[in-house]
Design a protein around this ligand. Structure first.
Ligand SMILES: [Fe+2]
Length: 384
């Protein structure tokens, strides 16, 4: 057994109504002034009011920063940091999808470390822990509540860049499925496929461990059983609960095992064409898996079984095809586009995107199949 580390958030609170525990957690962290970090869309839904109400028993001063955007630019972290500093806040409550959580995590470490977020792009470059973050996801997909990663867009270079540090792990994650019931079907579908991608990429990662394996497989099983229902009827709290749990488990898995080529190939779609992260992953997943199966055949059979496919008597090779068919059917059922061209991607951009994706070595290093630039170009072409 090789040496491996396992990291996750300090405290993880799950279950319907768990948002109400946030006041105790905020007090427990010794906070006096709390900044809720979110996006303008969520601010209008009334969800932020619910978070404020849940925080009220703690009797803390509360402010709101709602300047988070989808696929946030590096600059948004600077703006958020300014809000934290000006208000003298000592706790950040991140409410939203991956964007709000990633911006919060990045801003929190800049309260105790000099410079801007640009100084810490890369792996393990942050010297000190930041101020505490409580992460409250309102989607079921990104897993950012349990990852040591913040992904930000560099507009000039048209690249997504990552900050990776254990100090980015939230002190507390509160995963309350009731916060996800108002999520529209298209976002439920895209974020759910992001969670599936996390689970699949963790399970076939060359850095998978026995701990990440059980988390990833359970996430795959839960998604196969619940994502369609959550898309069809967002009010189905059982499907929502199972998707929240799946997203959390997949998040814990990939925070430790890493994601691979799907995420690497998705980055240029987000940076150049502003395709939402979940959609980019969802469209690419089947095409990347067709290429990846040779690198992890027995694991593809196990994933097919986790998806509920009847593959017990099949060879690993044929079972792998069944797995790929199952994820394609799931994507089709929940109306994920089949091709990159439906997302506004142009054929001329493919060579440049392949060059860009090939540079995401941090993720490609986890992938079970080694991919050259021309392999990546071929995958994009098949997906086009
Ligand atoms: Fe992701």
């Amino acid at each position: 057994m090789k040496i491996s580390y396992f990291w996750t958030s300090g405290t993880i609170i799950t279950g319907r109504g768990s948002l109400k525990r946030i006041a105790d957690e905020a007090k427990g962290l010794g906070a006096t002034r709390v900044l809720i970090v979110t996006d303008p869309v969520l601010l209008k839904t009334g969800l932020i009011e619910r978070v404020k109400e849940a925080l009220a028993p703690a009797g803390l001063e509360t402010g709101i920063f709602s300047g988070v955007e989808p696929e946030p630019r590096l600059q948004i972290v600077t703006e958020c940091l300014k809000a934290v500093k000006e208000g003298g806040y000592d706790l950040i409550v991140a409410v939203g999808g991956g964007s709000s959580m990633d911006v919060s995590k990045a801003a929190s470490v800049l309260m105790t470390n000099p410079g801007t977020i640009n100084d810490y792009l890369g792996v393990n470059l942050i010297p000190r822990p930041g101020i505490p973050v409580i992460a409250v996801p309102t989607t079921a997909g990104t897993g950012s509540e349990v990852t040591p990663i913040a992904i930000l867009s560099d507009v000039e270079e048209q690249l997504k860049k990552g900050v990776v540090s254990p100090y980015l792990l939230p002190r507390v994650a509160i995963v309350d499925p009731e916060l996800t019931v108002t999520m529209p079907p298209a976002i439920t579908a895209a974020t759910g496929m992001d969670a599936l991608t996390h689970a699949v990429e963790s399970y076939i990662s060359v850095n998978a461990t026995p701990i990440t394996d059980i988390l990833a497989l359970e996430a795959i099983r839960l998604i196969a059983l619940n994502l369609r229902t959550a898309v069809a009827n967002g009010q189905d709290i059982e499907a929502r609960s199972n998707m929240s749990m799946a997203s959390l488990l997949a998040g814990i898995a990939f925070a430790n095992a890493g994601v691979g080529a799907v995420h690497a190939l998705a980055y240029p779609l987000g940076a150049q064409f502003h395709v939402p992260h979940g959609v980019a992953n969802a469209v690419l997943l089947p095409y990347v898996m067709e290429s990846n199966l040779l690198g992890a055949l027995p694991r593809f059979k196990t994933m097919a079984l986790a998806m509920g496919e009847k593959v017990e008597d099949l060879s690993d090779r044929l079972a792998a095809d069944k797995f790929n068919e199952a994820i394609k059917l799931l994507a089709a059922d929940i109306r994920i586009p089949l091709h990159l061209r439906e997302l506004g991607v142009t054929a001329e951009s493919i060579p440049g995107m392949a060059e860009g994706a090939a540079k995401v070595t941090r993720l490609l290093a986890n992938n079970p199949r080694i991919l050259s630039v021309s392999d990546i170009r071929e995958i994009y072409e098949r997906a086009f």
